[in-house]
Design a protein around this ligand. Structure first.
Ligand SMILES: *Cc1c(COP(=O)(O)O)cnc(C)c1O
Length: 360
């Protein structure tokens, strides 16, 4: 493919971010979260860099199977559990572990007659009100699991925070307290913290941590950059200028003509659009880098192209490299300009632009 839009993946940065996780949580085991195709970075590619993790967390059986087919023998946990009996049979067969969060999953495990029991992580809703058993169900679910032939006897206990990234102590402390109360007297390893809790809430580290975003070198906090946290961006989104031209004062740029040239000026067109995963809602003024200079998006991005104000970069020419986000230009900033979060931008990258690996 010769169209210049590309996603550059820095493999060394993945390994370095895993070391950073270990510095924040030195005594914990690490379940590296690589759901959603490793947050858009490529499942197998990222898993191979994370040999220092203790387990992988994925969203569905298909991702787990892909990892096994890639020769990965490490523990794999299905974060949403299985969706039907056939899946349960398959994961028992392939030695894949599972979260359970509702009664019908428990019932399927009770009905499982194979002698390959599955390892279960019991998910408790301590306050996020998404997945998990209610606090008053936990004791009985745990007891039933211990009786069930389909479940291994060592059951792990898990919950997820709603607001650790918002520095919301009341919410995190309430969830911690609920978790401690409801798991009192139950055997099993504890697993609570996502990236923001790993960095902000040492009390929540438990026995296992579950980093996602920080492995990809991105800050979950609005008031702290990746640099502040010693994280290195893994993904850069890059392309090239495919046209440079002079525009006149008063001319309008792009669909809907939302941006008007305030003077005679140089503008450029970049081979990058929402069809590649660049956010269509990025506002005029969203930064990008050309020849180490910051330049700004003008008008609405279209499917394969976007337009840029080149007044800061008068010598720019067709073929010059453009960085849309990456090490020198945090994706967190682009997400703010598009009124979204970096998670969404990363996941949008399972795309037709080519992937290039560096620092393997
Ligand atoms: C996605 C996910 C994580 C990782 O969260 P980050 O904020 O990306 O670190 C952890 N636990 C569960 C249950 C998840 O679904």
């Amino acid at each position: 493919m010769t169209r210049p839009a590309r996603v550059v993946i820095d493999l060394q940065a993945v390994r370095s971010n895993l070391q950073t996780v270990k510095r924040y949580a030195p005594d914990q085991k690490i379940m590296a979260i690589i759901k959603a195709d490793a947050y858009g970075h490529g499942l197998e590619r990222i898993a191979k860099q994370l040999s220092g993790a203790d387990a992988f967390g994925v969203a569905c059986l298909e991702e787990a199977v892909r990892l096994r087919q890639a020769g990965i023998t490490k523990s794999i946990i299905l974060l949403e559990g299985f969706f039907c009996k056939e899946e349960l049979l398959q994961l028992s067969d392939m030695d894949i572990q599972t979260v359970i969060h509702q009664i019908n999953q428990l019932e399927m495990i009770e009905e499982l007659t194979t002698d390959k029991a599955v390892k279960v992580w019991l998910k408790i809703d301590t306050g996020m009100h998404r997945l998990g058993f209610d606090l008053d169900q936990v004791q009985s679910v745990y007891a039933r699991l211990q009786q069930a032939r389909g479940s291994k006897k060592e059951i792990n206990l898990m919950t997820h925070f709603a607001s650790a990234q918002e520095h919301d102590p009341l919410s995190v402390e309430t969830q911690l307290k609920n978790f401690a109360e409801v798991t009192e007297g139950l055997k099993g390893e504890h697993c609570l913290a996502n990236s923001s809790a790993i960095m902000e809430w040492p009390d929540a580290h438990g026995d296992w941590v579950r980093p996602g975003l920080m492995l990809y070198g991105v800050s979950p906090f609005v008031d702290k950059t990746a640099d502040d946290l010693d994280l290195h961006a893994v993904m850069s989104l890059e392309s090239e200028l495919i046209s440079v031209k002079q525009a006149r004062k008063g001319e309008r740029v792009g669909y809907g003509g939302t941006w008007e040239c305030p003077e005679d000026m140089l503008i450029g067109v970049v081979a990058m659009g929402y069809g590649d995963g660049y956010p269509r809602h990025a506002r005029s003024g969203t930064p990008m880098l050309i020849n180490d200079k910051q330049v700004y998006l003008i008008g609405r991005p279209s499917m394969d192209m976007l337009t840029v104000d080149l007044r800061n970069c008068p010598h720019a020419k067709t073929g010059d490299n453009v960085i849309l986000w990456g090490r020198e230009l945090p994706i967190e900033e682009i997400a703010r300009c598009a009124e979204t979060i970096p998670y969404e931008l990363l996941c949008g990258m399972r795309m037709r632009a080519q992937f290039v690996e560096i620092n393997g």
